[in-house]
Every structure is written in C-alpha cells, then in structure tokens.
Write a protein that binds this ligand. Structure first.
Ligand code: PEP
Ligand code: MG
Length: 569
C-alpha cells in the first residue's frame, strides 16, 4: 500500500491496532442549571492542569514545538466563544453538560472538516482532543492506553490525537500508520522528532490490519506492507541497515565545517519560530539562524506584543547564539496565518492580499514597534533584519525609511544598537527574482523563500490538497528563478541564502551548492544531513551540469537527472 511518508526510517514488527474506546453520551434534562455550569467550570480547571502537565512532560521528553501543541489546547479549552456556546446550550435547552459539549463540538468540527484547508482540518482534530479530555474528566474515566504497551509494536490507528502521541511509550512504539493526517499533522511532527518511522493516509488500514500481523513501514517512501514475503523482509532489513548507517554518518558531522568536497565553504543555518527553538539549533550544530519567524510572538497572544516583550525574545536568541548570524524576519501574517485580534479583512485571495510587508507598511505603529525592538536587540548579538513578501522596489525603500526613523529615535533616546545592521529581503515573489539585479543594489542580502516562490511561480496554492501534485520544487522555471537570483546577488556583491523548505531537500542541496548558494537555512533536524550531503558533493562538478538541468522540460526530468547523475553516483 502506498500513502504519505511522514517520518523517515524503516520499521519491521508486529501490529497493534489502536481504537479509542467510544464513550456513549446520553442526553438528560437538568433542573439545576447553575450546578451543571459549575461542573463544566471545574472540568475546564482540571483540563487546564492536565494540559499544563502534558506541556511540561512533552517539553522535557520531546521538544518545544511539540509541547506548544498543549499550550494551544490550553487556549482552546478556555476559548470564550466555545465555552459560552456550551453554557448557552445548557441554559437554553436545559440539558446536561456532556450533551451540550458534544453538540457544540460536533458543530465546530464539521465546520472545520468541510473547509478545504489542511491547517483547519488539523484544528478539528485538536478540538476533538480537548472535548474528549473534558468528557473523560466529567465521567471520571482514566484516559489513554498507549502508555502501557507490552512489546515493540507498530501502532495502527484511524488517527492519533496529540495527547495519544505525547503519552505513548516511546521505547515500544517502533512505527506509526494512520488512516488520516498528513505531513504537517501533529502526529507526524512528533513522529519526526522522536525518529519513529510513520506513514499517514492509509485508507481503511484499521480494518485491514489485525493485531499481531507482521508489518513493514517505510516512512521515507510512504510504503506499508502487511505479512510480507521472506524476500521483502530481507530487502527491507537491508534498507533499514542502510538508513541507520546514513543516520550514523550524519551524526558524525557534528562540530565539522560545512564544506564541499572541492573545498567550498557554505553556511548551514536553522529556521526557528520561538526563542526556545534555539536549544534545537545548538543541539544540531546550526551555524546561525537563517529565518526567525516572528509571527508566533503575535499569534500566541490575544493582543500585540509590546516593544519590551519583543526585545526580550530577540535578545535571548542573540545572546544564546553568541555572535552567530541571526536573520529575524519582520511580521509575516495574512495568507494562511491569521491573528484574530488584528481583525484582518476576509479576502477572496488571501495569499495575494493584505499580508506581511503590505500590512506593516499600512500599520506603521505595529511595524515601528517591531523595528525598534529589533534594533535594540542588535546591541546583543549578530542580528540582521529581513522583510517578507516584498514585491516591488518602493516597498523596500519605504521599509528602510521607517527603519531609519526608528534608528533616529533610538539615537535621540541614547539607546544602543548596531549602526551597521544588515538589511535583506525575502525573494519569494517572481517579480523580485526577475528583477533581482535591481533589488540587489538596495539591500545587503537575499533569502529565497521557496515555499511561496513555488506557489506564486506555478500559481498553486501551497495548502490546497486538491492540487498538491502541481506544487513541485524541481520545476525548471522555479530553478531558473533561483539561479537568476543567486547570480544577480553575487554580481552586486551581496550574499544569497535560502530559507524555504527546498534548502533542506536532499536532492536539491547539491544543485543549490552548484548554483553558488551561500547560506542554507532549514529545520534544525536536517542540518547534519545537509552538511553530510555537501561534504560529499563537488560544487564544480554540479556547476558543470547546471546548463543541462536548467534546459530540461519537466520537474520529473529534473528529479530523474539528479537521481541518476548526482545522488545515485
Ligand atoms: C517561504 O515562503 O519560503 C518561507 C520561508 O516563508 P513562510 O513559509 O513562512 O511563508
Ligand atoms: Mg513565505
């Protein structure tokens, strides 16, 4: 069976089918409505405590990004709209809290599930998770039986909610196969952090696979085999060994320089979302931060973060990285990232709409506050400022003008900052790549944001499942834009980095090296692997193949060319 590989690696072992015991909820008529509402409040309090414990446990055992899921749940469980909805139902219909909770949750879930957006569908799963928690608390039922698994198993489930994955016995779970979910679902994120091979989107697998069946899971290719032949078992055992060997070699890259086989040095940096992610950067030996996505500071709150709060967050990162470069991106909201309290307009085409630098140049108050905080933090480390979603030169000039105003204010107030702070832009809109010779005169660096550059070049919504087969990082038109940007940057004497997912793509890394990319910024977990690939690639050799690669007609041709002439060699 072929589905979506969501966490690399290979597992061979026995199946354990995990089905959440269904709790039957009955509708009852209630007289003491106040008492019923109090039961809800008490359950929420208890739920908050559990989520706080889960946050701490996950932070300690797994990581910050995974723990954040429970912080988000804590916010959802207290969401006034949700809670008032439940209380309203109890009062209006004189029903028991469990019934009201179920009804209101079902309404939201079906709303989210019917929206064609992976992110919102994931939120439906979060909502189910928190409502299950409340129901369990209200009925006094103990939860989760993935804690006590007796032998090493491959878990097969319809889907796993975050609390299932966070609490499962990690030594016993050697693989995960689910019917639902995708690469960005929480279960997948956790599986990648824990290095458990996982495959998602396997239709009907909870009915096809039986407890005790022997299964092979190839999380790199998205393959699941039930009761395989002896030949298949032997083949995958060898593949597993090869994979372990590769992992072992990448671990040995720790502490080494990022230098190609023919002696060209590059920088491999990390993408982060919060100051806590710095642990991960240090752990994986990142040479800096190539993208600090500051929107989380704004999204994890119910109001704008103050200048001081932002300053503290940026300063911590600057200090902890001890002089290593840190590219901090100014606020990039809109598109798929909403901030409810900003009350952004509902738009027909949010990805082409009021977002990122467009919003900042309109809401100067928000922008100036962030720039002041960034400048103040620049006195404590090697901070560089980057503007997202630039589409024309005027925006760069205007953003730089406001930055100058902020500098002038700080000078007057005698507040120290780095007078020579570098200023760059993201190249994520085709107009900028095409016009990059001119843009290069206005800034100190470029960072190519392939996540958006691909969607805008190919006109393929990056979050739309329906057309995801059209979204392709190997597309020759995208590669030509990348090459053009690097060449124009270098002609003007500025450095060029990349912070989109493509920078960590195993097959593209050699090609980007050949094009002369100076900085690769990626998920911290990919850094050592990227260093290993670079140390085994000759820049000159790939450079000699570029003309041929860039004249290939299709993305498939490009991928095949890389497989045959670079990777497979
Ligand atoms: C990008 O577009 O490539 C990028 C890195 O930014 P984001 O994914 O935050 O849009
Ligand atoms: Mg982007």
């Amino acid at each position: 069976m072929k589905a979506i590989g969501t966490s690399a690696g290979i597992a061979l072992g026995k199946v354990l089918v995990y089905k959440e015991a269904e709790i039957k909820i009955e509708k009852k008529t209630i007289d003491d409505l106040e008492g019923e509402i109090e039961r809800l409040d008490t359950a929420i309090e208890q739920g908050i405590k559990e989520l706080e414990n889960l946050y701490e446990e996950t932070l300690e055992n797994i990581g910050e990004e995974e723990a954040e899921i429970f912080n988000a749940h804590k916010m959802m469980i207290q969401d006034p709209e949700y809670i008032d909805g439940i209380k309203g139902k109890i009062k209006e219909e004189k029903v028991n809290v469990e019934w009201a909770l179920k009804e209101v949750t079902d309404q939201y879930v079906s709303l989210f599930e019917n929206i064609d957006d992976e992110y919102l569908r994931e939120r439906a799963l979060d909502l189910k998770d928190i409502s299950q928690r409340l129901i369990r608390i209200l009925y006094g039922i103990e939860g989760n039986d993935l804690r006590n698994i007796k032998e090493e198993s491959i878990i097969v489930a319809e889907d796993l909610v975050p609390s299932d994955t966070a609490q499962m016995d990690k030594d016993k779970v050697i693989g995960i196969v689910t019917e639902l979910g995708g690469r960005t679902s929480h279960t997948s994120i956790m599986a990648r952090s824990l290095e458990i091979p996982a495959v998602a989107g396997v239709k009907d697998i909870t009915n096809i696979a039986k407890n005790g069946d022997f299964m092979i899971v190839d999380g790199s290719k998205g393959i699941v085999l039930i009761n395989p032949s002896q030949d298949e078992v032997e083949f995958y055992q060898r593949e597993k060994e090869k994979y372990e060997e590769f992992k072992q070699q990448t671990r040995q890259m720790k502490g080494k320089e990022s230098i190609s086989k023919d002696g060209v040095k590059v920088e491999i940096a990390a993408n982060i979302g919060t100051p806590k992610d710095v642990d991960n950067v240090i752990e994986n030996d990142g040479e800096g931060v190539g993208l600090y996505r500051t929107e989380f500071l704004y999204m994890d709150n119910d109001r704008l973060p103050t200048e001081d709060e932002q300053f503290e967050a940026y300063k911590v990162v600057a200090e902890r990285l001890e002089g290593k470069p840190i590219v901090i991106r100014t606020l990039d909201v809109g598109g798929d990232k909403d901030i409810p309290y900003l009350e952004l307009p509902k738009e027909m085409n949010p990805f082409l709409g009021y977002r990122a630098i467009r919003l900042c140049l309109d809401r100067r108050d928000i922008f100036k506050t962030q720039l002041r905080a960034l400048l103040r933090a620049s006195a404590y480390g090697n901070i560089k400022i980057m503007f997202p979603m630039i589409s024309n030169i005027q925006e760069v000039r205007e953003a730089k003008r406001i930055l100058e105003e902020a500098k002038e204010e700080l000078r007057k107030e005698n507040i120290p900052f780095n007078e020579d702070i570098e200023v760059g832009i993201m190249v994520e809109i085709p107009s900028v790549a095409i016009h990059s010779d001119i843009f290069a005169r206005e800034v100190d660096f470029f960072s190519i944001g392939t996540n958006d550059l691909i969607q805008y070049t190919l006109a393929v919504d990056r979050g739309n499942q329906e057309i995801s087969h059209l979204y392709n990082q190997y597309d020759p038109a995208v590669l030509r834009l990348i090459k053009m940007t690097i060449d124009n940057g270098h002609k003007a004497g500025i450095w060029v980095g990349m912070c989109g997912e493509a920078a960590g793509d195993e097959k593209l890394i050699p090609v980007l090296l050949g094009m002369g990319l100076d900085e690769f910024s990626m998920n911290p977990a990919s850094i050592l692997k990227a260093r290993y690939i670079i140390s085994n690639t000759s820049k000159k050799e790939v450079e000699g193949m570029l003309d041929e690669i860039l004249s290939l007609p299709t993305a498939e041709d490009v991928e095949r060319y890389i497989d045959e002439n670079i990777i497979g060699k």
